[in-house]
Design a protein. Structure first.
Length: 230
């Protein structure tokens, strides 16, 4: 009689990630460490909400020091609930604007393939409501090596309070504490700052092409509108 022994294979470990430090403060550089992820890349999404008061029918919110890391597999998006329209203005060499009208009380602007660098972003528009709820989201694809990855994110452009981090299908709510709790061991070092500037210079050509494409599009729209008038 032939006996066949079947040995159950251990289940594959589920993908997971941890945040370092676990209780960050505004200005901390947080590190997201992932394990047991499949594929060559993982999507890391960071989002937060901000209630902005409306004054004389207008709202405005300014983001300082928004860092876009190296690579162009990224997306920056803004959603404004209670707004009539939405303008997202990014200061590079010049101010470049994206505008959207609200549909169903929500206006959305999204931009992918943003060149790496540090930006100043102004969000504004019209609203007939007493306040506008903004949802600001940054998406970055990071490389996975043997199932693991490490991704660093500077929180200086995020206000204190709750924000969300989603890595593929794993989502966590994180509380960002006020800046007075800042610990020196997780502040962006001068070496990291130099490296960021180095990465930015490497991508200058692509950054210039990106701006040139936007300006070319604006010129085409202007030319088309003039031809249409005649």
């Amino acid at each position: 009689m032939l006996f066949i022994s079947l040995t159950a294979l251990p289940p594959a470990a589920a993908s997971s990630w941890e945040l370092v430090p676990e209780n960050p403060a505004v200005g901390n550089v947080i590190e997201i460490k992932g394990a047991n992820f499949t594929g060559e890349t993982a999507k890391v999404l960071v989002s937060f909400e901000k209630d902005v008061q409306v004054s004389d029918g207008r709202y405005e919110y300014l983001l300082e020091g928004v860092e876009i890391p190296s690579g162009f597999n990224n997306r920056f998006s803004v959603e404004a609930k209670g707004a009539d329209d939405l303008n997202v203005r990014v200061k590079m060499i010049l101010w470049i604007s994206r505008t959207a009208k609200a549909e169903g009380g929500i206006a959305r602007v999204s931009q992918s393939a943003v060149p790496p660098g540090t930006y100043r972003i102004r969000i504004d528009g019209k609203s007939s409501a007493p306040e506008v709820k903004l949802k600001i989201t940054g998406l970055q694809q990071v490389k996975v090596d043997s199932g693991n990855f490490s991704y660093k994110y500077n929180t200086k452009s995020i206000p204190a309070g709750n924000f969300e981090i989603k890595v593929e299908d794993v989502t966590k709510q994180v509380t960002l504490h006020p800046a007075e709790n800042l610990s020196s061991d997780v502040i962006l070092s001068s070496d990291q700052t130099k490296e960021s500037k180095k990465d930015f210079s490497k991508n200058w050509k692509a950054w210039s092409i990106w701006i040139g494409g936007i300006l070319a599009g604006m010129l085409l729209v202007l030319l088309y509108s003039r031809i249409k008038k005649h």
